[in-house]
Write a new protein. Structure first.
Length: 331
């Protein structure tokens, strides 16, 4: 009996050590504690400052962007933009390969009737402190007429800017900017793909191989192929007061979903299988993944923790069976 208890105890110890690392890989969520930020509408992970996320309020706040420390939820920098007009309906923020932050003043509370919207661009600050920076302003129109939009994404490799419109007047769509934005005239964004989703935000993975678009209550993941999205299916979204924002973590393994409201939560959702960006899937393969995507042959997600638990269970069963046989022989 003592041998059986020892075997069970060893299995339990092995099981706990097998499961713990998988749980530790997912980052913690946090709450935005700044009382000024009650309508957080866009979110992007900083490249220069690990653990920091940039966000902003929706309309009627002014030319402000905030840096939030995800470890504490505190604002560690407030950036005031100068050299631009009065922001009208700021809805999105993204980070380009040039090290610039792009802010999308692209909402249209009048139902898609404004003849143009704006994008503001400025370098991501090297130091996290309150400061005023000069931003570049770009005029934007769509090739098929005015649209209400809340998602702006800059591809991390090509630097091309994309906007996803809300589902209205026959459906939403993804629009691409000219190869380079210009200050000398209007930048016409052209439709590249329909999007059947009421999009409130979006984000490219750090390696540029995945695009996530979210709505108030759901999200979808897309593979990015030749400048177009290929639908990979839905992504689980946490229940939030008003789901407004999403960003990949810097390693591409997790999505961070944000909401509007005072003391609003930013919550993590881990990715697996085909929804993992290619760089993250490749790392998983190096760590012993089955097919480099963290999934089974049919494409379904397979948790490394569950694999380890299964192996430990088999080992414990073998040990217990062997001990029982020894007792039977002695009897």
């Amino acid at each position: 009996m003592r041998s059986l208890l020892c075997a069970a105890g060893a299995a339990g110890l092995l099981m706990s050590t097998a499961v713990a690392p998988a749980a530790a890989e997912e980052p913690d969520g946090f709450r935005i504690g700044d009382h000024r930020i009650t309508e957080s509408s866009g979110l992007i992970a900083s490249r220069a400052h690990p653990g920091v996320y940039w966000t902003h309020n929706d309309s009627d706040d002014g030319p402000y962007v905030y840096a939030i420390d995800s470890r504490t939820g505190r604002t560690v920098a407030t950036v005031t933009l100068r050299g631009i007009g009065d922001p009208r309906d700021v809805e999105a923020i993204s980070l380009g390969p040039d090290g610039n932050l792009y802010v999308g003043d692209i909402g249209d509370n009048l139902g898609g009737t404004w003849d143009h919207v704006w994008i503001y661009r400025f370098p991501e600050p090297k130091q996290l402190r309150d400061q005023t920076v000069t931003a570049t302003q770009f005029d934007v129109k769509y090739d098929d007429g005015p649209r209400d939009a809340e998602a702006l994404m800059v591809h991390p490799k090509t630097g091309r800017v994309y906007i996803a419109s809300k589902k209205q007047g026959g459906g939403g769509a993804l629009y691409a900017a000219p190869e380079r934005l210009s200050t000398s005239g209007t930048n016409v964004f052209r439709k590249v793909a329909p999007i059947d989703l009421w999009v409130t935000d979006g984000s490219f993975s750090p390696d540029g191989t995945r695009l996530v678009l979210r709505s108030y209550f759901g999200a979808r993941m897309y593979a990015w192929q030749d400048g177009r999205p290929k639908d990979l299916g839905s992504v689980g979204v946490p229940v939030q007061q008003q789901g407004e924002s999403v960003s990949f973590t810097p390693d591409g393994r997790t999505l961070m979903f944000g909401s509007e409201g005072e003391n609003s939560p930013v919550e993590p959702v881990g990715l697996s299988g085909k929804q993992l960006p290619e760089s993250a899937a490749g790392q998983e393969a190096d760590d012993g993944g089955k097919d480099g995507s963290g999934s089974t042959a049919d494409g379904s997600a397979l948790s490394p923790g569950l694999v380890k638990v299964g192996l430990v269970f088999v080992l414990a069963t073998v040990v217990v069976t062997g001990v029982r046989r020894v007792f039977r022989r002695k009897g």
